[in-house]
Structure formats: C-alpha cells, structure tokens
Design a protein around this ligand. Sequence first.
Ligand code: NAD
Length: 423
Amino acid sequence: MSVTEAATHLRENPLALARAELRRVGEAFGVDPNLIAVLSECKKSVEVSVPVAMDDGKTRVFDGYRVVHNVTRGPAKGGIRYHAGVTGDEVKALAMGMTWKCALMGLPFGGAKGGVVCDPKALTAGEIERLTRRYTTEIINEIGPEKDIPAPDVGTNAQVMAWIFDTYSMNVGHSVLGVVTGKPLSIGGSVGRDGATARGVLYCIRTALQKEGRRFPDTRLAIQGFGNVGRNLARLLSEEGARVIALSDSKGAVVNPYGIDVQAAITHKAEHGALTGLPGTEDATNDELIELECDVLVPAALEQVINTDNAPRIRAHMVCEAANSPTTPGADDVLEDRGILVLPDVVANAGGVVVSYFEWVQGLQEYFWKEYEVNAKLNDIVVRAFEETWSAKERFDTSMRTAALGVAVQRVAEATTTRGLYP
Ligand code: NAD
C-alpha cells in the first residue's frame, strides 16, 4: 500500500470525532462537563523519531508516537500500530477508545496507544526488528508493567512484541514479563491471546443473535479484513457452522453467497499473498463487500470504512465492529435511522485487551493458565459487558454505542471523582 493510499483512509479527524462523541455521551448520561473537559485530553503524548539502518546501507527516519490517555483506573494499556497512515491524532483517538474499552470490560487499566508511520510490508524482518528496538528505546521511560503496557495492533504481531520485551528487559537487566502483552508462548505469552479478539467478536455476535432467537447456522456473514482478527473470526465462525459469504484483504474481496471454505481461503492467502482468485468464489472490491446483502457485516480492517456515502446502501441486518472506529458518526446515525443494529467496537473487539489483561496477570504471578480457563473467563467478561450495555441501551432508549460509552465514561468519571483532582 502506498503512503498516499493509506493516508486517505481517514476521511475525518479521528480525535475530533472521539471528542465530539465523548461530549454527546457525557450530556446523554449527565456526566459533569468539568470531567468531560478532563477526559477530552490525553494525559501524555510522546512523539519520537526512529532512525533505522536499512538493508541498502541508507538510514531512514520514521515518526513514532506513544500516547497515554488516562490512568485513573490503573496502568495504561493499548496496542502499537505500524501503518503508513498513522497520525498523532489517530493515535490519541485510539488511546481514548482504549480507556473506554478497559472501563467497560471492568479491567483495572486506563487507555494508551502507539504507532510508527511505516509500511511494514515494504520492510525486511531485520529492518522491522531494528525499527522496533529503536522505537522501544525511545519510549522506554514511558512504558513498564505498572505504567503503560503495549500490545499488538494493525501491522504488528507477537514477534514485534518479543523484540519490545527483549529490548526493555535488556535495558533494565532482567526479564520483565509484564511490560508487553501479545508475546509468543515461548516467552510468557498467554494461550488463547492470538485468537482472543476474534473470539470476543464471536461471543458478541452470538449474544446479539440470541436476543433475536437466532443461531450461527442460520447466519450469513461478510468480513472485511483477513488479518489477526478477520482470519481468526472467519475460522471460528465456520467451526460454529455459520455461513461466511465474503472475505477481503487490502487487495480485494471474494464472495460466495452459499458460503466460503474458510480453511481453503487461509491456505490460498498463505500461498498467493491475496484472497482474490480463491477457487469457488467471485472477486469483488472492498466497497462491494461493505454493501453486500447479509445478516452480519463485520468490518475487521481499518477506520471509517462505513461512512455517509455507503451507509444508505448497507444491506446487512447487523454490523459488528471488529475493527476500531470503522463507522463514522454520520454513518452511525444513518444506520440507526434504518434500524440496523450496530455492535460497537468498544464491546465487540475488547476480547484482545481482556486476554492481554490475563497475560499481564499471569506474567506478574509467573503462573500460567490453561486455554479452556482463558476462554471461559473471556466469555464471562465479554458477555457481562454486552449485557450491561444492552440494559443501558434499553434503560436510556439509545444505541448500543451510546450505551457502551455511557457506562464506560461513567465508570472513569466516578473513579476520577473518588480519587479527586491532584493536587
Ligand atoms: P492485521 O494487520 O493483522 O490485519 C489487517 C487486515 O486488514 C489485513 O488483512 C489487511 O489486508 C486488511 N486491510 C488493510 N487495509 C485494508 C483496506 N483498505 N481495505 C480492506 N482491508 C484492508 O490487523 P488486526 O490485528 O487484524 O486488526 C484489524 C482491526 O482490528 C484494526 O482496526 C485493529 O485496531 C482492530 N483490533 C485488533 C485487535 C487485535 O488483538 N489484533 C484488538 C482490537 C482491535
């Protein structure tokens, strides 16, 4: 993906949107405007330059960010994104979203996010390792198991987390398991972390379907994005007997209204580097996927893919936001007017941070759980948060998004009031 293409995926300033949403939710839930003013700002924002020795002998300098939005309820938690379209305001908006997500899930964390402006697909493994180690060194005073705990996000993975863990540990002189989550199993990762976000999405869709007396085998789903979240979700859904009718990656979509063989799609993507051309499917564009007739549309790639242009044409019965902020506020209003249920990111994709929390706890205790324990505890937390959101939605006669954010903002506001404003 070129920088120009990537930079255009954001149509509106994500921080302005996040702040406007916070003000709206604050008014709807009667939160003190003074607290909303505090929560509209990020506690700390660090911008670093990351010089990297490239394989061709040249030095390239990348921009990096680490932002902590809030630590009132505990250390900050949030992923690190490697993408050519990363901006400071995007990182701040995502950090704010992490505060609400952790509060809604009842985790003892605040929100953070990080990012480096780069196209990881255009870098070699050695270049990514050097970039990661230098970026980690530049933010080393900001992160730590009691302060701010990174995790993977778009463009980063368990290997990147391993380099962060190693760089931090080498600098302090001993292994610090709790400094980062999403680590490989061999160095203190948690079983179940890799598929955790997708599993949380699965539990949310299942709970929402149950509210309508429906089950997975009667359900047709379209998933945009075939990375950690989209690929694992497609796999889990097919195991549940659901019909996955469309899949996509950045290069395009594939569609089969009778259902795609997900395992074949995983193999095809691994062999060809793209989903398009998958036997038994028709190629389509990502825009066409968003507008497909289906029961559940799952955006699992980037922000703002559902906007006021395409929202009137969406033919899904329900939208489940596996990606962060895939729906613009304008599109949200259109979907609500049209009676399309939206399961918001703050509930739907929280499975990753929940199991990251489990990984952090296991790392601090140096005692590791079994996969069935991880999945059962994940189900408890996600379904409880879903039900709390659902009852707030009924009580306030509002959308799932406003309800979820309302519950979360109230929790952070209450913690802020209880602690008091320092000094
Ligand atoms: P990833 O990098 O593993 O995969 C991203 C996928 O999106 C890839 O298949 C890529 O080809 C596709 N993609 C990129 N640009 C696209 C475009 N313009 N159109 C269509 N597809 C495109 O990332 P991920 O970890 O799967 O994250 C996906 C989303 O889920 C992000 O919004 C991320 O913030 C969110 N999320 C991830 C986690 C996690 O644990 N990984 C947790 C919570 C939220």
